[in-house]
Write a protein that binds this ligand. Sequence first.
Ligand code: SF4
Length: 118
Amino acid sequence: MSEIKKYTCVVCPKGCSLVVEKANGEIKVTGQKCPRGEVYGKTEMTDPRRVITSTVAVAGGKEPVTSVKTTQGVPKGQIFDVMSTINSVKLKSPCKRGDIIIKNINGTGADLVVTRSC
Ligand code: SF4
């Protein structure tokens, strides 16, 4: 028995339409214009992840919030928990772009980093 899913590759702006077929324990990807699409399609089928971008509160800075993101995708099933953690963060100014706020956030393997100095 096989499972077929369609995805749009979001790794680059070309947005290739992928067809991913899982059969007999093997996953075959078609429609990609480069090898990154194959990796993306296989990951979407087996362990979909998303990079999270958000904002956190800052005390003592020019702006009341600054922007943050995860350094890599987190499992889709954990996005709600990761967002709860991000929403509980309160930074103190100063902070600079690239500062790690939380290492291995919620055990996902991704770090939460500042993307705008504050
Ligand atoms: S398959 Fe390659 S070329 Fe196509 S959208 Fe993905 S990264 Fe871009």
